[in-house]
Design a protein around this ligand. Structure first.
Ligand code: NAD
Length: 361
């Protein structure tokens, strides 16, 4: 395991993307969002993605320095075409559009289509919450056929995340943010690179056997070689039985079909689609009741008597807050395999040995 200081990691990853045709601003944005995923404990959506992003750039799957386009524009609704630009560039544009419309109308919807990987959806909920807005996001990952629906053994869904953010007065927002699969694909990636093991039965093989072995998804792989989910015989399972599988289906329909990105199917270009709703609580809550009631209810939930082995019942956002505090102070831990794969990619795009050495100083 190597531990990298937060600023060093951002500088290093920004250097990689600067060498991969992104402008300095875009390179730093990608680096900052990826590092934030690590800071919040979602290593699956952190800097482990550097090799695959650079591979996608080389194959033309993602376009550096792309400008998103507003293709439908009404006072309360927009459709934004990301034109396969980096998610870290086109998603903030879409969220900013939603924030501006919501400020004026009290309620807004934005359909983002054809975005490169938009990473941790919690980032977008946090961006809206920082402006005092509630937001709800239905997302799919078209082209990323990974998940078996309830009762099935074949990949038919993406990991289709769902996310809700609620602003708090003078506090961190409440953010519920999860993949609708038992684990996000990145967690299989992390496990395959020597990181945290998968929970029991997270995967299902073609014959219906439950498994925690990443090769069920990727087929045989080498420690620092690429991972290809089209090579394995199995799938990730949808979470929550028929209910989670149903929510994943809805994310495919709203985040995928309605945005124009398309619901997930095999053999097509990767793109995230995201349908987001924004609500201004100040417009709804004229008697200023909401925030105090959240405090009362969150305290009530946290005070639940825990089951054996659990210290305290948490609310959404608590685990991320704790990890962010720890890692901001101590740095981001990365398994050796993960770091080796990132460094290989950095060398491939021409990052200097001095910069590589500096990252671990
Ligand atoms: P996860 O299983 O870690 O669940 C995270 C959510 O559960 C958070 O809201 C967290 O606060 C809450 N939580 C965790 N432990 C808790 C506890 N003990 N008590 C109460 N709440 C708790 O997340 P995941 O499903 O692995 O998703 C990881 C990330 O992957 C997310 O940020 C998601 O947006 C992202 N993702 C992105 C894509 C994409 O295509 N861009 C696809 C899938 C997932």
């Amino acid at each position: 395991m190597v531990t990298i200081k937060v600023n060093n990691l951002i500088d290093f990853v920004a250097d990689v993307f600067s060498h991969a045709e992104s402008s300095p601003e875009e390179a730093r944005r990608i680096a900052t969002y990826l590092t934030t995923a690590n800071l919040t404990g979602h290593d699956s959506h952190g800097v482990i993605r550097v090799p695959v992003y650079v591979r996608w750039k080389k194959t033309g799957n993602v376009v550096p320095n792309q400008t998103a386009e507003i293709v439908v524009d009404t006072p309360s609704l927009a459709v934004v075409d990301g034109r396969f630009g980096y998610g870290q560039t086109v998603a903030p544009f879409a969220v900013k559009t939603g924030i501006e419309k919501c400020r004026k109308a009290g309620l807004a919807a934005v359909a983002l289509r054809n975005a490169g990987h938009i990473g941790r959806i919690g980032d977008w909920a946090e961006m809206a919450a920082a402006e005092g807005l509630v937001s709800v996001h239905f997302v799919n990952a078209a082209g990323s056929l990974l998940v078996a629906p309830f009762g099935g053994v074949e990949k038919r869904l993406s990991t289709a995340p769902y996310c809700v953010g609620i602003p708090r007065a003078g506090q961190d927002p409440i953010v519920l943010d999860f993949a609708t699969s038992i684990v996000a694909e990145g967690k299989v990636l992390v496990a395959s690179r020597g990181g945290k093991k998968l929970p029991n039965g997270a995967l299902i093989d073609a014959d219906g056997t439950l498994s925690e072995e990443p090769s069920v998804l990727y087929g045989p792989y080498t420690p620092d070689g690429p991972r290809d989910h089209t090579r394995g015989t199995g799938a990730i399972r949808a979470f929550g039985e028929h209910k989670g599988s149903g929510l994943a289906f809805i994310c495919e329909l709203l985040g995928g079909a309605l945005t124009g990105t398309g619901a997930t199917s095999g053999g097509r270009r990767f793109a995230n689609g995201m349908l987001s709703f924004y609500i201004d609580p100040k417009v709804v809550d004229t008697s200023n009741y909401f925030d105090g009631e959240i405090t009362r209810y969150a305290d009530f939930i946290r005070a639940t008597k825990p089951v054996a082995g659990v210290d305290q019942v948490l609310i959404p956002g608590d685990p991320e807050r704790k990890t962010r505090t720890e890692r901001t102070a101590n740095g981001v831990p990365l398994p050796d395999d993960t770091w080796a794969a990132i460094v290989n990619t950095a060398r491939e795009v021409g990052v200097s040995e001095v910069s590589i050495q500096r990252a671990t100083s």
